[in-house]
Design a protein around this ligand. Structure first.
Ligand code: G4P
Length: 193
């Protein structure tokens, strides 16, 4: 998605070969016009997938997934990572290890929010190793849903997530695919070295 690549070039900040700072438009300050267009693009890409529900993971997946669910006119479900005293029992959980953050958390879903037969579009902001998406897909399937698609805002293709999810049989669309980055530069898929 050209508009997203331009934004990453303009205000994204590669902190290292592995981490891209996007707090100017995606996960701290949010560019809502861009989020709306991201929602439209995911809705267009998955128009033929019979989506009945969008699922995301808190927190940074929420902005793009709200816009996607709005465009598809389906409910949105936010998987929880933070512990909560209100979510007590009646939940399904799976442990996810974040290589980026070097810590684990329990991804949590109340199964009543994903119905048997639901065709779910899973949306997340970053794809690195694919651990979060794999955990989320597991919960959706446990609840009786089908993962009909996975939409990623930014895939870091030099990490194994995209390849892994596709090899597992998921239909994955990433709006910006970064092949390589370093201090001050980003190379997207399809661009010459
Ligand atoms: P994986 O799920 O693909 O295996 O990825 P990993 O656990 O390694 O990283 C997931 C977390 O790290 C997510 O945040 C994701 O947004 C963030 N992340 C990964 N790579 C980058 C990056 O290059 N830049 C930025 N800014 N974030 C990155 P999270 O723990 O889910 O936190 P939240 O912000 O959604 O609350």
């Amino acid at each position: 998605m050209k508009q997203l690549e331009d934004k990453i070039r303009k205000v994204g900040r590669p902190l290292s070969e592995h981490v891209l700072l996007v707090d100017m438009f995606l996960n701290h300050q949010v560019d809502c016009t861009l989020m709306r267009d991201i929602g439209r693009e995911f809705a267009r890409l998955f128009a033929d997938a019979g989506i009945t529900r969008v699922v995301t993971i808190e927190a940074s997946g929420i902005a793009p997934s709200v816009m996607t669910a709005l465009e598809l006119n389906v409910p949105l479900v936010i998987l929880k990572k933070a512990r909560s005293v209100i979510l007590d029992g009646g939940v399904i959980q799976t442990e996810v290890f974040s290589f980026t953050k070097q810590s684990s958390y329990q991804l949590t879903l109340k199964p009543e929010f994903v119905h048997v037969g639901d065709r779910v579009l899973l949306i997340d902001d970053f794809l690195a190793n694919g651990e979060a998406a794999t955990g989320a897909a597991e919960l959706i399937k446990k609840a009786g849903g089908t993962v009909a698609g996975i939409g990623i805002v930014i895939s870091k293709n030099f990490q194994p997530g995209l390849k892994r999810l596709r090899e597992s049989g998921y239909r994955v669309e990433a709006l910006a695919e970064i092949e390589e980055m370093g201090e001050g530069y980003v190379r997207f898929a399809g661009e010459a070295k």
